[in-house]
Unconditional design. Structure first.
Length: 296
């Protein structure tokens, strides 16, 4: 059991999960607002030995140096790699601080979002049909950039509707080949696709000026990541053509200054934040904490 556990910001746990959390620490403090500085984060943590945070705050080396009692950090958000994390995992590892994160808790909502927006765009529901007349997903050439969990789920959903699926990833995947998905170099994928879905880890940028040149005009681009998958100057130049970009959040788009662009469709809400996603998030956060305590 922890002596003191601090959630330095809202962490989206369900009420039953918060209740169960109290069995894991002698004292628990849950903050309902986001700290505005490292000094405020340090003040909130104090002498706590366990800390929870979501994706809106950052715990770096300077914070950890000032909180010597801290031995566990639970990220109540996606952790894909140390490079993309909002915790300095490398420093934590060197100083005996365990960092855990979760994955695959909000993908279902994201898949529903992209299918919904694509169908509306192609059929012309509430807008002009993309190709001038109502069109199905059937036969649409879809390119998936990053075939992880969410990218794979999007590919599977669109295949169900009859799309022709190709993908680019760090390596070719046998499971994808078994489904008939074609592995392609990024440039070839962009050139031949009607719709491209970027499903990349945070802070991963693969689309530069040359990639947008290969992508060309009359294309649809979805970004389902937490940050832009592109260089902004090249992206905005491409946007000014006959193209469309869909993002659920401003963070995925790159800033509020882009939301008013006539070729941008930004929901300005995280489509993965559903009731069911909070249930999955809570279960995984609690499982990480319990697993850590069992090992002590």
């Amino acid at each position: 059991m922890f002596n003191k556990l601090i959630a330095i910001e809202p962490v989206s746990l369900t009420p039953p999960a918060e209740k169960e959390l109290h069995l894991c620490a002698k004292e628990i403090v849950m903050y309902s607002d986001i700290p505005l500085s490292d000094d405020e984060i340090v003040a909130r943590i104090g002498d706590a030995d366990a800390v929870l945070l979501s994706y809106t705050s950052h715990i770096g080396q300077s914070v950890m140096e000032q909180c010597p009692n801290m031995r566990y950090i639970g990220m109540c958000c996606s952790l894909y790699s140390p490079e993309s994390a909002n915790v300095d995992i490398r420093y934590a590892e060197k100083h005996g601080i365990t960092v855990t994160g979760i994955r695959d808790y909000g993908d279902e909502g994201v898949v529903e979002y992209v299918v919904s927006e694509l169908v509306r765009c192609l059929h012309g529901f509430g807008q002009e049909p993309w190709y001038g007349t109502a069109c199905e997903i059937t036969g649409l050439k879809v390119g998936i950039v990053g075939l992880g969990k969410s990218g794979g789920m999007i590919a599977d959903a669109l295949k169900f509707f009859g799309a022709d699926i190709a993908y680019f990833a760090r390596s070719e995947k046998q499971t994808a080949a078994d489904k008939g998905y074609r592995f392609m170099p990024l440039g070839e994928l962009l050139t031949q696709s009607d719709v491209v879905f970027c499903c990349l880890n945070k802070n991963t940028v693969l689309l530069h000026e040359e990639e947008f040149r290969l992508l060309g005009d009359k294309k649809i681009l979805f970004n389902t990541g937490l940050s832009p998958a592109w260089d902004e100057p090249a992206f905005t130049k491409w946007l000014n053509g006959d193209n469309l970009c869909f993002c659920d959040t401003v963070g995925a788009l790159g800033g509020e200054h882009l939301t008013s662009h006539k070729h941008v469709r930004c929901m300005q809400v995280s489509t993965g934040r559903t009731v069911q996603a909070f249930d999955r998030l809570s279960e995984k956060v609690l499982a990480n904490i319990k697993n850590y305590l069992r090992q002590q």
